[in-house]
Design a protein around this ligand. Structure first.
Ligand code: FES
Ligand SMILES: [Fe+2]
Length: 438
C-alpha cells in the first residue's frame, strides 16, 4: 500500500513532476520506425504529457520537436518535409532535427531573426525498429548496452500497443510473476503445441509451460538486486527432482525483459504518454536465428487499429469477455491472447489506481521492492545526485549483462547453476555477441 502522496509521487509524470524528471533521464522509445513511412515521415507524438512531432529529414536523421510552431503556434505535424527539415505550412518557417530555425521566408532579405529562434528538440537514435529519445537534463547518456539494443536489425522485431492507464500500473505486471498462473491460465491443453512458444527447455519432456503455470500455481519468488535494476527468479517444484525456473528482469526504471522461447526474449518498455495513458513498446530479439518480420507483423496487424496502435479488443467491448469461455476454457474468458488479459488487468483498476486501497502479500515482493527503489531514486535525482542504474560506455559492470531471461526445467539441486549455464550457451550461440562478454 502507498499513501496518496506516495502514489502521486510514483505515478505523475507531467509538467516537471519528480517521477517524470527521473524517467526522462533514461532513453525512452518515442515511435516505431514503421510509423514514419517513406510517403509521410512525420507523426504526432505525446510523451510525458508533451505534444511533439517526430520526423525524419532527407538525410535520414530523426528529430523530435515541439508540435506548436514558435511563430504563431500552428501545428507542425502538418509540416512540409523539405530543405533539410520540417517547414511550417502557415508562413514557411523551417526547423531542423536539432530545433534550429533555418529559414523564415516572409522576413526581409538578409534578416537574422531566424538565428534567435530555437524550438524545443530532443535527440533521437534509431535502433532495431524503435526511435529512442532522451528528454532528460544535460547531455544524453549512451544507449544501454543490452542485448536487444546490440542485436543486428535482422534479429529484431519491434511493435507497440496503447494502454489506457498510468505507466507504473503497466510496469508492475512485469514484476508480478504469480499472475501468470491465474490471469493467463488455460483450463486445459486443448492444443498441445500452444504454450510451447513461451517455454524454454521446459517445453521438452515434462510439461508445456501452460501446464506448468496451471498445475504449479504457488511459485517461490526470489528477487536479486542487480547493476541494472532487479532480477526475479521464479521457481515451481515440479516433483522431488525437478524445478521449473523462470528468470525475468526489470531494467530500471521501465524496461521488462522476459523469455519468449528458447531462442527469443521480449524487451518491453512502458512509456508514459501522460499521467493516464501509456505505450508498451516491445522488441523481440532472437539470439541464433534471423526473425521473419513480415510474419511477426502480420500476426499483429489484425489485432490493432492503425495508425493509433489501439487493440481492437478493449474496454469498449468488455475485452471480449465470454462467461461460457471462462467456465470451460480460460481463466479470464477473454480469449487466448495474453496481451488482452494483461490489458484488462492493468486498465480495470482505473487509469491511476489508488494504491491506498491495495493489500500486497508475499507474492507481491517484486512490486514492493521496485517501489522502494523507485521512491529512493526519485529522491536522489531531486537532490541533485547522479541518476541511478545509469548505463554509460565506461561502466564495465554493465557490459554483456544480457540481461538473462530464461524459462527452463532443471534438476532441483543444481538449478542456481543451471539457468546461468543455459544462458551462457544461448549467448554463445549468437554470432553477434562478443565472445569476451558472453
Ligand atoms: S505559425 Fe508557423 S510559420 Fe507562422
Ligand atoms: Fe501477463
Amino acid at each position: 500500500m502507498l499513501s496518496s502522496e506516495q502514489n502521486k509521487l510514483v505515478t505523475e509524470v507531467e509538467n516537471g513532476s519528480p517521477c517524470g524528471q527521473l524517467l526522462r533521464n533514461y532513453w525512452q522509445p518515442a515511435a516505431l520506425t514503421e510509423e514514419l513511412t517513406s510517403f509521410r515521415a512525420a507523426k504526432a507524438v505525446r510523451i510525458f504529457g508533451e505534444d511533439l512531432v517526430v520526423f525524419r529529414d532527407e538525410e535520414g536523421n530523426y528529430g523530435l520537436i515541439d508540435r506548436a510552431c514558435p511563430h504563431r503556434g500552428a501545428d507542425l505535424c502538418y509540416g512540409r518535409l523539405e530543405d533539410g527539415g520540417i517547414r511550417c505550412p502557415f508562413h514557411g518557417w523551417l526547423f531542423d532535427v536539432g530545433g534550429r530555425c533555418l529559414d523564415q521566408p516572409a522576413e526581409p532579405e538578409g534578416s537574422k531573426f531566424n538565428t534567435k529562434i530555437k524550438i524545443k528538440a530532443y535527440p533521437c537514435v534509431e535502433r532495431n525498429g524503435i526511435i529512442f529519445t532522451y528528454m532528460g537534463e544535460g547531455p544524453a547518456p549512451s544507449l544501454p548496452e543490452i542485448d536487444c539494443l546490440q542485436a543486428p536489425d535482422a534479429h529484431s522485431f519491434a511493435f507497440k500497443g496503447y494502454l489506457e492507464c498510468n505507466w507504473l500500473q503497466a510496469t508492475e505486471v512485469g514484476i508480478d510473476p504469480s499472475h501468470a498462473s491465474y490471469l493467463h491460465r488455460y483450463l486445459e491443453d486443448h492444443d498441445p503445441e500452444y504454450g510451447l512458444q513461451f517455454a524454454g527447455k521446459s517445453g521438452e519432456g515434462v510439461l508445456n509451460v501452460t501446464a506448468v503455470l496451471r498445475e504449479y500455481n504457488r511459485p517461490t519468488i526470489e528477487i536479486e538486486n542487480t547493476e541494472f535494476g532487479m532480477r526475479l527468479l521464479t521457481t515451481r517444484d515440479i516433483d522431488k527432482d525437478t524445478m521449473h525456473v523462470r528468470v525475468t528482469n526489470l531494467v530500471f526504471p521501465n524496461l521488462i525483459v522476459i523469455p519468449m522461447t528458447n531462442d527469443m526474449v521480449i524487451s518491453q518498455w512502458h512509456v508514459p504518454i501522460d499521467d493516464t495513458h501509456s505505450w508498451w513498446y516491445a522488441m523481440f530479439t532472437s539470439y541464433e536465428k534471423e526473425v521473419d518480420k513480415e510474419i511477426m507483423g502480420e500476426q499483429r496487424r489484425d489485432l490493432y487499429t492503425f495508425p493509433d496502435y489501439r487493440p481492437k479488443i478493449n474496454k469498449t467491448n468488455n475485452y471480449g469477455y465470454d462467461p461460457e469461455e471462462q467456465r470451460t476454457k480460460t481463466y479470464t474468458g477473454m480469449g487466448m491472447d495474453i496481451n488482452v488479459h494483461d490489458q484488462w488487468a492493468v486498465e480495470s483498476p482505473g487509469a491511476i489506481f489508488n494504491r491506498e486501497n491495495e493489500h500486497l502479500g508475499a507474492a507481491d515482493k517484486g512490486i514492493i521492492r521496485f517501489r522502494k527503489v523507485l521512491i529512493k531514486s526519485i529522491a536522489e535525482v531531486m537532490e541533485g545526485n547522479p541518476t541511478p542504474f545509469m548505463f554509460n560506455s565506461d561502466n564495465e559492470d554493465l557490459k554483456g549483462i544480457g540481461p538473462v531471461a530464461i524459462d527452463t526445467t532443471t534438476p532441483r539441486n543444481s538449478w542456481k547453476e543451471d539457468w546461468q549455464s543455459f544462458e551462457l550457451d544461448r549467448r554463445r550461440s549468437a554470432a553477434w555477441i562478443s565472445k569476451e562478454t558472453s
